[in-house]
Ligand binder design. Structure first.
Ligand SMILES: C[S@@+](CC[C@H](N)C(=O)[O-])C[C@H]1O[C@@H](n2cnc3c(N)ncnc32)[C@H](O)[C@@H]1O
Length: 295
């Protein structure tokens, strides 16, 4: 196949992904399409970032990764499980910044696993960071073998989030900790128009990102699922104001960041440039969650 034919095929797949309301693109196909064209300028991060003090995409992505690691209280000696690791930047960061004994990762997108493994090896971390192909909902790990389980911006994809909570509980030792950066529908707003915009926003987001219906949790149902799996000491904080609008402002002020995307993948971005960000993201909440297995 020539480069031109490959480009055409990619364009057709992008069109189908973004605009065919009758087909949900499987999650690994979505990430194959996005490929390594992440908008981060240096790394290959795919998270939306913590923008409280950041002045670039990479700083924001790293800040969010650090925030999760701190919430998990990662430290020397920890056996860590990381699910949905993207291209592995977060594992390279945690391995260096917190020095856990080992990190075992699972990701269902094979192309990302291959690339992440190469990057971990190039950083000289292959003896401590073991990244594998596999699903967060069925991890080939013994019971009670992990101290911490982390899921950064991926649990909304899982089929289902509740199944993942049960699996995380199984692999965590007593007194272990689960930490997530996750996306759920926002609390309904005060007016009918706002609630309609929120429902539309969530419906579009969940179609594009193939989010199972069962994962449209409220904060209450989210906590109930964690409790149902056996977790205690549940903490949930909305950090939406640190994420969506500042990211939108940063990216829309720099259209050149989108140049590496296929022209068809740039269309929603150009449309979004003219939207009011507060309204655009009104349907989404970004939550930082931690929970523990009883000691
Ligand atoms: C938005 S990306 C986030 C990647 C990375 N955590 C980051 O922040 O850069 C979502 C990730 O979840 C992975 N994923 C989706 N469903 C999964 C599953 N069932 N098990 C493991 N990984 C999954 C995708 O392949 C992708 O790497």
């Amino acid at each position: 196949m020539t480069a031109g034919q490959r480009d055409l095929r990619r364009g057709a797949a992008a069109l189908e992904w973004l605009f065919n309301p009758f087909r949900s693109t499987p999650v690994p196909e979505i990430y194959d399409l996005i490929s390594t064209d992440a908008i981060s300028e240096n790394g290959l991060y795919l998270n939306l970032g913590d923008w409280r003090t950041a002045t670039s995409i990479d700083e924001a992505c790293t800040a969010l990764v650090h925030r999760l690691g701190a919430a998990a209280d990662l430290g020397p000696g920890d056996a860590v499980v990381d699910v949905g690791f993207g291209f592995g930047d977060q594992d390279i960061y945690w391995a260096r910044a917190f020095e856990p004994a080992r990190i075992t990762g699972f990701n269902i997108t094979r192309s990302q696993v291959e690339r992440a493994r190469e990057r971990v090896a190039a950083e000289g971390l292959a003896d401590r960071v073991d990244l594998r192909h596999g699903s967060a909902t069925a991890m080939p790990l013994p019971d009670a073998s992990a101290d911490k389980v982390l899921a950064l911006e991926c649990a909304f994809h899982f089929d289902t989030r509740a199944a993942f909570f049960r699996e995380a509980y199984r692999v965590l030792r007593p007194g272990g900790r689960l930490v997530l950066g996750d996306i759920i529908p926002a609390r309904p707003g005060p007016t009918r128009a706002r609630r309609a915009a929120q429902r539309a926003g969530w419906a579009l987001t969940s179609r594009i990102w193939n989010i199972p219906r069962a994962n449209a949790d409220t904060p209450e149902s989210y906590r109930a699922k964690l409790r149902g799996a056996g977790f205690t000491n549940i903490r949930m904080e909305s950090i939406r104001d640190d994420v969506f609008v500042p990211l939108h402002r940063y990216v829309t002020a720099r259209p050149e960041l989108m140049r590496r995307y296929h022209p068809l993948l740039r269309l929603p971005f150009h449309a979004a440039r003219y939207a009011d960000p507060a309204r655009l993201y009104s349907g989404l909440d970004y939550v930082l969650v931690s929970a523990e297995t009883p000691a």
